[in-house]
Design a protein around this ligand. Sequence first.
Ligand SMILES: CC(C)(COP(=O)(O)OP(=O)(O)OC[C@H]1O[C@@H](n2cnc3c(N)ncnc32)[C@H](O)[C@@H]1OP(=O)(O)O)[C@@H](O)C(=O)NCCC(=O)NCCS
Length: 153
Amino acid sequence: MEEKERKDTREEVLIRAFKKEDVDFVYKIIEENFPRPWIREQILLENVFSYKVVLEKEGEIIGFLFGEIIYEEANVLLIAIKKDYQGKGFGELLLDHFVQVCKNKEVNKILLEVSTENKKAINLYRKKGFKKLSIRKKYYSNGSDAFLMALEK
Ligand SMILES: CC(C)(COP(=O)(O)OP(=O)(O)OC[C@H]1O[C@@H](n2cnc3c(N)ncnc32)[C@H](O)[C@@H]1OP(=O)(O)O)[C@@H](O)C(=O)NCCC(=O)NCCS
C-alpha cells in the first residue's frame, strides 16, 4: 500500500530541462538545503557537457539535478529536493532519470562527491548502487570531508 501511494505521487511529476527563468526557484531550493549556497551566476553556469534538469509537480519546481556528461564519464554536481517534498521518492526519481540518460549515452562511470556527514544522500547513492572509492579530506569550505562515490557499468 505504502509503495503504491509513493508511486502515484511520483507519477504526477515532470522532469524537464533547466531554463534560465528557473534560476530563482532553484536558488531557493539550494538556499534552504545548503549552509553556503551557490550564487545565481553559478546556477546559470553551463558548458557543452552540462546536463541540468528540474522536477516539476503541478507547475511548481520541487527539485533539480545538475550534472555533466563528458563522453564515457559523468558527474552528479548537485541534486536537491525542496524540504517539504523530501523523503517521498523524488530524489530517487531524479537520480534514476540521470542514470538512465547516462546508460542511453553509453557512459561507463558516474562520479559524485558527497559530504561524509550527509547520511540521507549517502543512503540514496548506495541504494542506487554507487560505491565509495575514496575520501577527499577537507573537500568542503567548512572543512568537512567528502566521499568520492561511483556507479560503474
Ligand atoms: C538527498 C536528497 C536529494 C534525497 O532526496 P529525497 O527525495 O529526500 O529522498 P527519497 O525519498 O527519494 O529517498 C531515496 C533514498 O534516500 C535515502 N533517504 C531519504 N531520506 C532519508 C532519511 N531521512 N534518512 C536516511 N536515508 C534517507 C534512503 O535510502 C531512501 O530510500 P528508501 O526510501 O528506500 O529508504 C534530498 O533529501 C535533499 O535534497 N537533501 C538536501 C540536499 C542534499 O543533501 N543533496 C545531496 C548532496 S549534493
